[in-house]
Design a protein around this ligand. Structure first.
Ligand code: CMP
Length: 148
């Protein structure tokens, strides 16, 4: 059936995502079941800085850019994730994320993120330190990632 097909399709892919590969296989299969797919075209805005956000994304094909103000602060490719900060910290989106060429993503809503990625929340929180370093390197305000 559909559920089995989707699980098979994403289970293997998810083992290649660095933050998810240490998850329990059963938990990871639950993530696979909950993913939805969306394709963005070149230059399309996936996340807009300053807006409220309820979605967590992983790229399954293509590339994207994270931009703060006018500065490109990160480039993303297959297997990279973004959009977790607004969910972890209950803050507006810290940056804009824009598709570069065509970009296919899988995504989770806030409820599924909290329920399914609870076991790795600590790892996601730890990564915020890297964001802080990058923002400082570019001379950008770090207020967007502080708190919680
Ligand atoms: P979020 O704030 O939900 O939406 C914008 C996303 O950009 C953010 O989550 C992170 O996933 C991502 N991002 C990439 N680099 C940075 C950075 N240096 N500071 C903050 N967010 C970043």
């Amino acid at each position: 059936d559909n559920v089995a097909k989707k699980r098979k399709m994403y289970e293997d892919f998810l083992t290649h995502i660095s933050i998810l590969k240490d998850m329990d296989p059963y938990e990871r299969s639950k993530v696979a079941d909950s993913l939805k797919t969306k394709t963005f075209s070149d230059e399309e805005i996936i996340i807009k800085e300053g807006e409220p956000g309820d979605t967590f994304y992983i790229i399954i094909e293509g590339n994207a850019l994270a931009i703060k103000g006018k500065t490109v602060i990160k480039t993303y490719s297959k297997g990279d994730y973004f959009g977790e900060l607004a969910l972890l910290k209950n803050k507006p989106r810290a940056a804009t994320v824009k598709a570069k060429d065509s970009c296919q993503v899988v995504y989770l809503d806030r409820k599924s993120f909290k329920r399914l990625l609870g076991p790795i929340e600590e790892i996601l929180h730890r990564n915020v330190e890297n964001y802080r370093k990058v923002l400082k390197q570019f001379g950008l305000d770090t207020a967007c990632i502080e708190g919680n």
